[in-house]
Write a protein that binds this ligand. Structure first.
Ligand SMILES: Cc1cc2nc3c(=O)[nH]c(=O)nc-3n(C[C@H](O)[C@H](O)[C@H](O)COP(=O)(O)OP(=O)(O)OC[C@H]3O[C@@H](n4cnc5c(N)ncnc54)[C@H](O)[C@@H]3O)c2cc1C
Length: 317
């Protein structure tokens, strides 16, 4: 089966690898290099946040978690297991949700000594994190090792890709034009990158109705994030929000307040009110499998969604 994958962010490259592993011939066509995709900006936690998850995404999460834990055994992938704390926003009320103990890597409920002020619950957990610039480069190499190819090309019409038995649409926000999906919305976010080599553990708040705490140590620095602005559609760093982010992070780790800032990265998550579009559509004589709209969980869901794409293409998983 000849498959054209549109897009070389984490969704497209992961699908390409999964399709090649299932025996397809794969060409990836992408408007921009992987390093310029929003995927390169992600803090890339492979783990749940409080308050998320339906049956479909839980299945993706289980599959992805297992695959990322395997990848963490190979240093070259840029994936590693990081210890840290998942913190429940105060509005969720006291106590851990029942599912918390089922999270792979669960390390027990946090006692008062490890729970930052203002949080009613939290737990220790070891989760995979991908250093995205390294991981995306590894995915590209993996596509090529398996016999796939990557070409820079803007696709204007999903129905006009000659010679493809299947077209897999992983265009992220680009699917707004490509699939004529006017529900896709940019969800603006940014990371303040600080030099704080003493920070080796992550902290992530879930369930907040406002900006939340997100502290993720990576090779390029510690990423401080937790900002979502649906509808904001520019890539300009915001200094005011950056200062608020640093102050918020210092609640979980006070030493971060004085850490020197190395830079700010901005990214637009591909948001969609109905969640990920993962389904088949016939466009003229072309069978298209859409896989876009992952919002803030595209890395976490990547291997699970790729398995569904393989099945929707009619290939064995
Ligand atoms: C600040 C921030 C933090 C985040 N943290 C996390 C996290 O901790 N965990 C997590 O799971 N996710 C996180 N995310 C979300 C994650 O980055 C996205 O869900 C994910 O990157 C989406 O990947 P994608 O491949 O679908 O889209 P993209 O990365 O946007 O890739 C789309 C690709 O399609 C190509 N394309 C577009 N249009 C066309 C066209 N017409 N023709 C050809 N190619 C085209 C583009 O060039 C690009 O290669 C975060 C995002 C941000 C901004």
């Amino acid at each position: 089966m000849d498959v054209v994958v549109v897009g070389a962010g984490v969704s497209g490259l992961t699908c390409a690898v999964a399709l090649l592993e299932a025996g397809a011939h794969v060409r990836v066509l992408t408007a921009g290099a992987p390093a310029g995709a929003v995927s390169a900006v992600a803090g890339a936690m492979v783990g749940p946040v409080f308050g998320s998850g339906d049956g479909r995404s839980l299945a993706w999460e289980r599959l992805s978690d297992a695959r990322f834990r395997e990848l963490a055994e190979d240093h070259a992938t840029g994936v590693r297991i990081v210890a840290g704390r998942l913190l429940s926003a105060p509005e969720l009320g006291p106590g851990l949700p029942a599912w918390a103990a089922q999270v792979p890597g669960f390390g027990g409920e946090l006692g008062d000594d490890r729970l930052p002020e203002g949080f009613s619950a939290g737990f220790a957990v070891d989760l995979p994190f991908a250093d995205m610039p390294v991981y995306l480069a590894w995915l590209v190499r993996r596509v090529q090792q398996l016999g796939g190819s990557l070409e820079q090309q803007v696709v204007a019409d999903l129905g006009q890709l000659a010679g493809a038995d299947r077209v897999v649409d992983c265009a992220g926000l680009g699917a707004a034009a490509l699939a004529r999906d006017d529900t896709l919305t940019p969800v603006w976010g940014q990371h303040v990158i600080v030099a704080a080599p003493w920070v080796t553990q992550f902290a992530m708040e879930g369930g907040a109705a406002r900006d939340y705490i997100s502290v993720v140590p990576h090779r390029r620095g510690v990423l401080l994030g937790g900002v979502r602005r649906p509808g904001r559609n520019d890539l300009t760093p915001d200094q005011v929000i950056a200062e608020e982010t640093v102050a918020r992070a210092a609640v979980a780790m006070p030493a971060l307040a004085d850490a020197p800032v190395l830079g700010i990265e901005v990214g637009l998550r591909p948001g969609r009110p109905d969640g990920v579009r993962l389904e088949v559509e016939h466009v003229g004589s072309t069978t298209v499998v859409h896989n876009y709209g992952h919002d803030g969980s595209g890395v976490f869901w990547s291997w699970g969604c790729a398995a569904d794409v393989v099945a929707l293409c009619g290939l064995p998983s």
